[in-house]
Design a protein. Structure first.
Length: 286
């Protein structure tokens, strides 16, 4: 028995249609009964899973981008029975632009790199087979006292700028990130004395997007935060080369002196100024 949460505007706006055309027939063949809930506004899923009696469902299925799963995870963690509820399997079906967690799970399952409907079919097949395992969650605390739970990554600087600035191109699907990267490169400030970093990104899964294999060594529950940072002084050309190589997961092989990678258990980021966007699981941090 699966509770399915869908967000119609996710990605290219085809989440509902793709669920009905691709996923629902597969679930029916696997004798998985589904009840669909379609979100109508931001935080709708957060409130739904926080307040609803979930005992009648064996699994919660999220078909959208990583942003909806972020809502669901944080809604579940606000429940008084969160310890028991978080033992219930969660499933992500790619219906957004980046689909980082879905791409990571597809990678961990040993499948070839695929995107769009092929990735959706692979993830739905994993759901039909009932395969599940543990996944790390990272606890994030802000200076204002807010506590958040993150399953994918935390970013500040260039990568987060691309993520947020490219929102206006979400109808392009994954291509929005390519366009956003080129635009952010064009206006990048590359030697600024008071800045030590161009970008900081802490990722816990292998993929930052369908076509971005950022942390090839990552696993779902390795207990590790894979911390990447780019030091100030890097050229636009060198930064572009890093992003192009990230499609194949070979960016560290470039031995770029400005790109640093450190596996850690915890980290603390203290920006010297209020400038720069912070993101958690691809969502802007207010």
């Amino acid at each position: 028995r699966a509770r399915v949460l869908l967000t119609p505007p996710s990605g290219t706006g085809r989440a509902v249609e793709d669920f009905q055309a691709v996923v629902q027939p597969m679930l029916a063949d696997a004798d998985i009964a589904t009840t669909v809930f379609i979100t109508e506004r931001p935080q709708h899923a957060h409130e739904k899973v926080r307040d609803e009696d979930l005992s009648q469902w064996d699994t919660l299925v999220v078909m959208a981008g990583d942003g909806l799963l972020y809502e669901v995870v944080n809604g579940l963690m606000e429940r008084p029975d969160w310890e028991d509820t978080m033992k219930k399997p969660l499933c992500i079906l790619p219906g957004g632009s980046g689909n980082a967690l879905a791409a990571s799970i597809n990678h961990y399952a040993g499948n070839d790199h695929v995107a769009k409907k092929k990735l959706l079919t692979n993830c739905a097949f994993i759901l039909c087979k009932g395969l599940h395992t543990q996944m790390d969650l990272v606890s994030l605390s802000t200076a204002s006292g807010k506590r958040l739970f993150s399953f994918l990554g935390f970013g500040w600087g260039f990568i987060s700028d691309v993520d947020i600035d490219s929102e206006k191109y979400r109808r392009l699907g994954n291509a929005r990130f390519t366009l956003g990267t080129l635009q952010c490169l064009a206006k990048l400030r590359v030697v600024v004395p008071e800045e030590e970093f161009v970008s900081v990104y802490a990722i816990y899964q292998s993929h930052l997007g369908t076509n971005l294999l950022m942390a090839p060594a990552a696993r779902l529950h390795d207990g590790c935060i894979h911390l990447f940072y780019v030091k100030a002084g890097i050229s636009r050309v060198a930064l572009l080369k890093i992003f192009l190589a990230m499609a194949r997961g070979t960016h560290l092989d470039l031995n770029c002196p400005h790109l640093c990678y450190v596996p850690v258990r915890a980290f603390r980021l203290e920006p010297r100024t209020a400038a720069g966007i912070m993101t958690v699981d691809g969502e802007g941090l207010a």
